[in-house]
Design a protein around this ligand. Structure first.
Ligand code: PRP
Ligand code: URA
Length: 210
């Protein structure tokens, strides 16, 4: 059985996504918002990281206190748009290694095409977090995760800013083991495979290519 996705309804997340949706929001602000949202979603997606107890001396007393148990993490943005989320994630997870997987959608068939994959050598020992702002048909995320699993990854989370119901259902069906974190679950896909209301083409808006 697939896991329930975590749909974030935090006010800061909703506010920032609304700013991103606005077609008048320019590249600089859009990029900053993607990064800030990645940090907020990262906070939720790391809720289950294991802790260990250590002893430290505060200026007042000796204390038994908790720190992260040194779990090895890898972030894997799906190029291009996922790149916009990396710095925001590294703000909270500075020791994570970063792999890259390049996918683009064939604009006619909407089928994903992989063109690049470079992951940390020890990917099998790392908890992997796959990043893409948009989950539309779900083709890119599903194929990216399949490729990452083929290279040995065992525990995978997926974070996106906006998802369409169609893409979410596909990802849950194809990868029921993956924990999914979503900033906003939108209404539907349109006939061109764009998320409605969505925010348009995330890659173009991050990199100013259109
Ligand atoms: C966008 C987005 C996802 C994909 C989602 O990338 O960043 O990777 O579309 O669509 P899907 O769920 O239907 O596969 P795009 O193909 O536009 O490539 P780009 O990031 O290089 O612009
Ligand atoms: N990719 C995007 O960037 N936006 C969409 O709405 C769908 C796919």
């Amino acid at each position: 059985m697939s896991k329930q996705p975590m749909i974030m309804n935090h006010p800061l997340v909703q506010h920032k996504i609304s700013l991103m949706r606005n077609k008048h929001t320019g590249t600089k602000e859009f990029k900053e918002l993607v990064s800030e949202l990645a940090t907020l979603l990262c906070y939720e997606a790391t809720r289950d990281l294991p802790l260990e107890e250590i002893e430290i001396e505060t200026p007042v007393a000796i204390a038994k206190t908790k720190v992260l148990a040194g779990r090895k993490l890898a972030l894997v943005p799906i190029l291009r748009a996922g790149l916009g989320m990396v710095d925001g994630m590294l703000t909270l997870l500075p020791a994570a290694k970063v792999g890259h997987i390049g996918m683009y959608r064939n604009e006619e068939t909407l089928e994903p095409v992989e063109y690049y994959c470079k992951l940390p050598e020890d990917i099998a020992e790392r908890d992997v977090i796959v990043l893409d702002p948009m989950l539309a048909t779900g083709g890119s995320a599903c194929d990216a995760i399949t490729q990452i699993k083929k290279r040995g990854a065992r525990t995978i989370k997926f974070i996106c800013i906006i998802a369409a119901p169609e893409g979410l259902a596909k990802l849950q069906a194809q990868h029921p083991d993956v924990d999914i974190y979503v900033g906003s679950l939108d209404e539907k896909l349109n006939e061109n495979g764009y998320i409605v209301p969505g925010l348009g083409d995330a890659g173009d808006r991050i990199f100013g290519t259109k």
